[in-house]
Design a protein around this ligand. Structure first.
Ligand SMILES: [Zn+2]
Length: 135
């Protein structure tokens, strides 16, 4: 009658463990039945939780959108409100910085302000309206 091998193997080096001993006779690693790699006696040498064997990552579908909001981006309503807010803010800055209410204003002042403000507004709005990842 052939001898049936039902001995446990070391989770560290794969050597057969001596029954009754709490450590591996070859590498002296403790017999660790709580270790995530431990699969019980007779388990395959390579198991799913072996950190050296990485499961193939499935491709994640990615979607970008200007109009629809995602977990970290606004939808079309939020972007529209932000756009309105940018122009309101630009107007308030214009009124307060150049004291338009005190009669100081005119086309020249507006032109100077426009040269400074239009690039800033353009950068802000491009960021607001750029397509964002929604999935
Ligand atoms: Zn060992």
């Amino acid at each position: 009658m052939p001898i049936v091998h039902s001995m446990e193997t070391c989770t560290a080096c794969g050597a057969e463990l001596t029954p009754g001993l709490d450590w591996c006779g070859r590498c002296l690693a403790p017999r660790n039945t709580a270790h995530p790699a431990y699969r019980g006696p007779g388990a395959a040498t390579v198991h799913p939780l072996d950190p050296r064997v990485r499961p193939k990552a499935e491709p994640v579908p990615v979607e970008y959108s200007r109009m629809r909001g995602g977990p970290t981006s606004m939808g079309v309503l939020g972007r529209s409100l932000t756009t309105v807010g940018v122009f309101v803010l630009a107007y308030l800055v214009y009124v307060s910085v150049f004291a338009v209410g005190l009669g100081f204003g005119g086309l020249k002042v507006l032109a100077v302000y426009g040269v400074l403000a239009v690039p800033v507004i353009a950068v802000v709005l491009r960021r607001v309206w750029r397509p964002a990842r929604i999935r």
